[in-house]
Design a protein around this ligand. Structure first.
Ligand code: 8YV
Length: 322
């Protein structure tokens, strides 16, 4: 009998085709979200699960399992929606999709850096609302933003994505500094200056961009006190997880012009973000599209399928979390 696999959301066509060849699959072709309570009930009908960041796979899911489910292949590099401790207790393998999305997330980061500093959101809204013609074209005031070229980018979390962001930012002549748990080898640093202490780095940042996973250590890493250390022309960028930022502190800094702006792709409580963000001209917001390219989503979907394939064919997993 072929192992039974549940795919909780629509994944890329090529990956679904590949999965169908080997397994007894339940695909979600309509892409209807499965309510958490239903997912908990369904967990016992399958040998493997392919999940997305939209699913809540918490302790209750695992405590209800009867031993059939063996592996969860998550489509995403971050897996904070899955209770890893509970998976470990139940001896269920969890895999993720690192590396294949590095470039896409770095592209989104650069997009946010440019959009926030050059007021792209405000400018775009102006044209779309047909109000451009009502503006006085003032050489020193009309949609004047800040240059990116030559500025200092502080990276919080110099992992794989952070390093590609650094590489791309250098194309704009940006100077790279970083805060990380450990100093990188010179090779990986590639000229970036290390700060072992976040508080010492922040005053040096024209831009600060977060590239850490969501952990208890990174929760609210940007808060009232750390944001208070940024210069008032600074721009905060986030393509990691919303939990790294204290919303009240960032919104206060944006509203009261304690910093210049923000470019955010991720939020606490997505998709129900704090709607004060959407009312701020100096905040450019995106709906968590960091990895949303055809190429990347296909590669992520394929990686999840390949992890499932490896598991049921007794081959080493490609990217094992636990
Ligand atoms: C996905 C992400 O959009 O990989 C991640 O951690 O946040 C994104 O690439 C999300 O996980 C959807 O599954």
């Amino acid at each position: 009998m072929k192992p039974k696999i549940l795919v909780t959301r629509k994944i890329s066509d090529g990956a679904e085709e590949k999965l169908k060849k080997e397994f007894d699959v339940n695909l979600n072709l309509q892409d209807e979200p499965i309510p958490t309570d239903d997912l908990i009930k369904m967990g016992n009908d399958y040998d493997g699960l392919i999940t997305s960041g939209f699913d809540k796979v918490g302790e209750e899911f695992f405590s209800n399992l009867n031993g059939k489910l063996k592996i969860i292949a998550h489509v995403g590099v971050g897996y904070d929606n899955i209770s890893i401790k509970a998976a470990e207790v139940k001896k269920i393998k969890v895999t993720n999709t690192p590396n294949v999305l590095n470039e896409a997330v770095a592209e989104t980061t650069i997009l946010l850096i440019l959009a926030a500093s050059r007021r792209a959101g405000e400018a775009y809204n102006l044209v779309r609302s047909d109000n451009w013609k009502n503006q006085k074209p003032d050489l020193t005031k009309f949609m004047i933003g800040n240059s990116v070229t030559g500025k200092t980018l502080g990276i919080i979390g110099m992992g794989r994505i952070g390093r590609i962001v650094a590489q791309s930012a250098k194309a704009f002549g940006m100077k790279i500094i970083y805060y990380n748990r450990n100093k990188l080898s010179e090779d990986l640093e590639d000229g970036a200056k290390y700060y072992s202490d976040l508080n010492s780095m922040l005053p040096e940042c024209d831009f600060v961009s977060i590239h850490t996973p969501a952990t208890p250590d990174t929760k609210n890493i940007l808060n009232a006190s750390t944001i208070g250390l940024l210069p008032n022309h600074a721009v905060v960028i986030n393509t990691s997880r919303g939990s790294t930022i204290d919303d009240n502190a960032l919104i206060d800094a944006l509203e009261n012009k304690k910093i210049y702006g923000a470019g955010l792709d991720v939020f606490n409580n997505e998709p129900n973000l704090d709607n004060r963000y959407t009312k701020l001209d100096n905040c450019f917001v995106l709906p968590h599209i960091g990895s949303a390219t055809h190429e990347t989503r296909l590669a992520m979907s394929m990686m999840a399928v390949d992890n499932i394939y490896c598991f049921f064919n007794n081959k080493p997993l490609i990217s094992e979390v636990v």
